[in-house]
Design a protein around this ligand. Structure first.
Ligand code: HEC
Length: 174
């Protein structure tokens, strides 16, 4: 009789621990780590200082300006790696279009300017809050609205390739 009860208790304990192993942690829908991402636009970003500009050709055909808050600018200038908590980078992206007005003056197509905005991407450094993604919180906003969580999963795995510069690709343009 005692043996049967013991066996029964052990069986229950085993099942309970299996359930704990398999069950997703609170706030995680699929049991994978649901890394937090940034859903609020950092205020004042349009007044931040310029770090550098980019142009991506091909299908994207975009141009971008990278701006940084004071913590970011100081870190770039001092070559501080890793970037300190409080660093925020803002990448403002636009279509890359010829300027008809300017080209009429030049008499040929040689002037290209930012066209319609496509998105704004942010990287926010908080080594505690965003520990799961290298200390950076990632964000994409289209028309001021945050992208969905699923589309934010690609950011860190690619940015991690810039490990030597704390997951940041852009260099400071003097
Ligand atoms: C396939 C690789 C790849 C993926 C995926 C990717 N990025 Fe980037 N990102 C880059 C590269 C390369 C640059 C620098 C060149 C440029 O800006 O065009 C960059 C630049 C940036 C910058 C400017 C700071 C820096 O590191 O130079 C921000 C901000 C940014 N990405 C945010 C994001 C966000 C948010 C996501 C996810 C939605 C994301 N990126 C996904 C490759 C990637």
């Amino acid at each position: 009789m005692m043996r049967r009860i013991t066996f029964f208790l052990v069986a229950i304990a085993t099942m309970a621990s299996l359930v704990t192993l398999v069950a997703p942690a609170p706030g995680q829908a699929d049991g994978q780590s649901a890394a937090p991402y940034v859903t609020e636009m950092p205020p004042g970003y349009r007044d931040w200082r310029w770090i550098s500009s980019t142009h991506e050709a091909g299908n994207l055909n975009s141009t971008g300006a990278l701006l940084g808050n004071d913590v970011a600018i100081n870190a770039f200038r001092e070559g501080k790696i890793p970037f300190p908590d409080g660093t925020i980078l803002a990448a403002l992206h636009y279509k890359y279009v010829p300027s008809d007005e300017n080209n009429a003056i030049f008499g040929q197509v040689q002037s290209f300017v930012p066209g319609a905005p496509t998105n704004i991407q942010f990287m926010v450094k908080d080594s505690t809050k965003y520990a799961a993604t290298g200390g950076w919180g990632y964000a994409t906003f289209v028309d001021g609205k945050p992208a969905d969580a699923a589309s934010m999963k690609s950011c860190f795995p690619c940015h991690e390739k810039a490990k030597a510069t704390d997951d940041v690709f852009t260099r400071y343009t003097p």
